[in-house]
Write a protein that binds this ligand. Sequence first.
Ligand code: AMP
Ligand code: MG
Length: 341
Amino acid sequence: MSDVLTTRVLSTHTQALREESVRLAADLLRAGEVVALPTETVYGLAANALDAAAVARVFQVKERPATNPVIVHVASLEMARRCASEWPVVAGHLAAAFWPGPLTLVLPRSGDLPGVVTAGGDTVAVRWPAHPVIQGVIRACGFPLAAPSANRSTQVSPTTCEHVLRSLGGRIPLILDGGPCNVGIESTVVDVTGPVPRVLRPGMIRPAEIEAVSAIAGAVVQPVDAGGVLRSPGQMPRHYAPRIPLEVWAWEGAEELLARLRARGLAASQVCVLAHEHLPPREAGLRRVGVVPADPVAYARALYAELHACDEAGGVCIIVEAPPEDPAWAAIHDRLRRASA
Ligand code: AMP
Ligand code: MG
């Protein structure tokens, strides 16, 4: 990308600042520009979903492959239904249970949406986010916003304004600062175009919750992720990845961890460790030790900021302590798998 822009960052900390920044973001979006906005999952790079050229600009700025469709963000049920040519009964139940929130529904696509949004496919992914800033911008615009994560393709998603600035500074005109993201990893994506809702991408809303609500809707209930997570267009095996190679290890004591590093010929000063239970001591001389809470919700909230911090710290690898094997941790395992692929 040759053209270098000045990237403005606007705070949304007070009502007056929020109103002013929302107005400016909506003006830019109406003019076909792209703007980075906070959501409760990760920061998104938004464009008018009905404007093919604006959405194409999102792909260009992110260097995102055209085969990877983007999620369309709405601020009402009515707006969600206008993005779809059909509204299955189960979509209504899932929307009532989880919207606004970190759930994306894949629906039959409306003809109003340009093909660039859906990567040429006949389905569209739609989400009503819970963050008040993006909600305010969507309402001010009156049109839905196509918004993938606000980072260059394949990198770790941004969960703070600073992360966006580091990845896309100079490429976009504006970032609204809504503080750190509360969920911290990307939404659960559920395909409701078939007889059985299917989880295409795990997130913090779990398959068991999707199943429970789907059953109320009278949908056939099978384990929604039986046989593993299904492929979604553009779900690359390596994704959400730090620049530095990442590996997931289990260890009992610090001695075991350090012995394994030595056996691999890795100097402690070159290694970043992310631990939630067995914390290596300061004397181990590791380059960076990140400590994340041993609770899946708090862990997800902290994970990407820790990976960004490891990228900043440098070194030759990141070793992440293996999280518990429990369904509540499934989305975290998924992201660590992609980060280490
Ligand atoms: P993100 O990069 O966080 O915006 O996530 C976009 C992801 O949503 C894609 O990589 C797909 O996994 C999923 N997605 C978007 N649109 C569709 C669609 N029409 N059908 C299935 N999955 C989709
Ligand atoms: Mg992304």
